[in-house]
Design a protein around this ligand. Sequence first.
Ligand code: PCA
Length: 208
Amino acid sequence: MILQPAKARRVLLTGFGSFPGVPVNATAQLVPRLAEAAAAAFPDTAITFDILPVTWHGGPQASAALIDACDPDVIVHFGVSERATGFVIETLARNGCHISIDAGGALPPLELIDPDAPAGLRATLPCETILRRLEDDGLPASLSEDAGQYLCNAVLFHSLLRVKEGVKVGFIHLPVTLGEPGAALTMEQALRGGLRILEACLLPAARH
Ligand code: PCA
């Protein structure tokens, strides 16, 4: 859904749907709210968002279609992880797939995402700046080099392969319990942190 067409800059935000073991993916609730807040906070920026299916074929395909349609300057993918206790800023996508079933019950076609691609691709978001901004706001955050080799890693890898030079692409993992009572992160904190992440990407005068 495009909230603000024909703006100077373009941002693509994605969350994920349900998958085995996670019947409700909190990023499917967070991302539409973040898109609306971002549209208000960055009026010169067109915000496109969508929720990707957690399927080996459909997830990357849907993401590629969004990238082609909106030609973003910044892409922030969000997903949940059992291991996350705050904002986990993924700095590396690996060319590998765990042999795990997706939301449609399918396995990945290969153990590699792309046999012709490098073993790893670095996220191009300003990860250190994002970390500082989140920490400065009192939010729990860390950098990671292991996005898990499931769909989150696969979508990040595909996006990094697909975009032209200069596009900022990255992935943020959030706790699987996001928004639940007693969770490490409330939905409001996730929303606030999402805006801090976008500030780090969109405000070049900020500390880098
Ligand atoms: N987390 C999974 C896929 C979708 C999601 O939210 C992952 O970490 O790969």
